[in-house]
Design a binder for this molecule. Structure first.
Ligand code: V47
Length: 355
């Protein structure tokens, strides 16, 4: 039996054994991942109508890959006030958004109360809007800065209207690579602990992996296995989606010119689908992959493409062509043109509409 068949029959392998998956021919690997994806989701491609809001770019941390935070590379600090956030949210709802995805820098200027009164006001103003907010890195930052336990921060999030957590801040779990990328930020075991605590509260979240920089294939497999293990021990299977984020090369402190080939990217997505049999969705995030490759990825294990976004600031600052989001019409047209069913979902993957 080959490695793929053994994985399929439940044999467990170490990361250094699983790295051999990359030696498979792309189409063989893709076909295997596609079968798994079709068994779970037939030929549906999920998307949502959402809006990203990044309240501030003033950051106490210096992640080498980041082009978003105000720094020497991006000397334009900003900080939104509550009225601006409310205005953006209102606009977003007018444009059909059912979710706001709120991720901020780690701003030393915001108080603990600021975060939670912002969520509370949003929820009271727009009760049916799903608030996906606070990466585990932000939870960790708030915990350290304001002397609160993770549990207290998470409870305050839930109490004040945060519905689910985004997957940001995971980067790469390997401790040595992480030190080189984002020393001082939430540690790998802390990131996983925060999501586990959130899941214990009956809540859901996503998980990302930033790849295509200084990490190796082995580090990616290790990252995926740590997520798989956490999901196995989660009481509610709390991770909804795994999102491999392709590193964008511009305006940051990592000196990497060469992105991985499309083959390498598709293999990474296929391997994620094959190994993560306990995470239902694999998101090919169009903002980092580009729409065309994100659509191809739907035949290599992915089943989700993210949403309309409306305004995107993190990846676009680093070179992605995503600053204005994408219209719902174009997204649906492209999904259908690629031969898939375009399914609008809510933030927890309940199906809302088929176009
Ligand atoms: O954690 C920063 C990444 C993430 C770069 O949960 C970069 O549905 C590429 O987590 N190139 C934040 N990526 C965004 C995020 C996210 C995005 C979409 C959907 C969801 C979800 C979550 O952005 C950070 C970091 O890994 N990032 N800089 C860069 N140069």
């Amino acid at each position: 039996m080959g490695l793929l068949e053994q994985i399929d029959s439940g044999v467990e392998f170490s990361a250094s054994e699983l790295v051999k998956l990359y030696d498979y021919d792309l189409l063989e690997l893709g076909e295997f991942a596609d079968q798994k994806r079709r068994k779970l989701h037939s030929n549906k491609v999920f998307f949502n109508i959402n809006r990203h809001i990044n309240p501030s770019n003033i950051c106490a941390d210096v992640c080498k890959f980041c082009a978003f935070s105000a720094s020497r590379k991006n000397p334009n600090p900003y900080e939104m006030n509550l009225d601006e956030i409310l205005k953006h949210t209102q606009e977003a709802i007018k444009n059909g958004a059912k979710e706001v995805h709120i991720v901020s820098s780690h701003s030393p200027n915001y108080t603990y109360e600021w975060y939670f009164s912002m969520f509370k006001t949003l929820k009271e103003s727009f009760p049916s809007l799903h608030i996906k907010a606070m990466t585990a890195a932000e939870v960790d930052y708030c915990s350290r800065r304001f002397g609160k336990s993770y549990q207290v921060v998470l409870e305050d999030m839930a109490k004040n209207g945060v519905d689910s957590m985004p997957g940001g801040g995971a980067e790469i779990f390997d401790e040595d690579i992480r030190k080189k990328l984002c020393h001082g930020k939430v540690k790998s075991h802390e990131w996983l602990e925060i999501h586990s605590l959130w899941h214990k509260m009956g809540r859901y979240s996503n998980a990302t992996m930033l790849f295509g920089h200084i990490e190796s294939r082995l580090h990616r497999i290790d990252h995926i296995l740590r997520l798989k293990h956490t999901q196995n021990t989660s009481c509610n299977g709390g991770f909804n989606a795994f999102i491999p984020l392709l590193y964008q090369t511009q305006n940051n402190f990592l000196k990497i010119q060469q992105s991985p080939s499309a083959q390498e990217i598709l293999k990474t997505i296929a391997i994620a689908r094959i190994l993560l049999d306990n995470i239902p969705h694999i998101k090919a995030y169009w903002a980092t992959l580009g729409l065309n490759l994100a659509l191809v990825a739907q035949e290599f294990g992915a089943d989700d493409i993210d949403g309309t976004i409306q305004v995107e600031s993190i990846q676009s600052r680093a070179g992605a062509k995503s600053s204005n989001g994408i219209s719902q019409e174009e997204l649906i047209y492209k999904i259908k043109d690629a031969g898939f069913r375009a399914i609008e979902r809510d933030s927890l993957y309940r199906e809302l509409n088929e176009f």
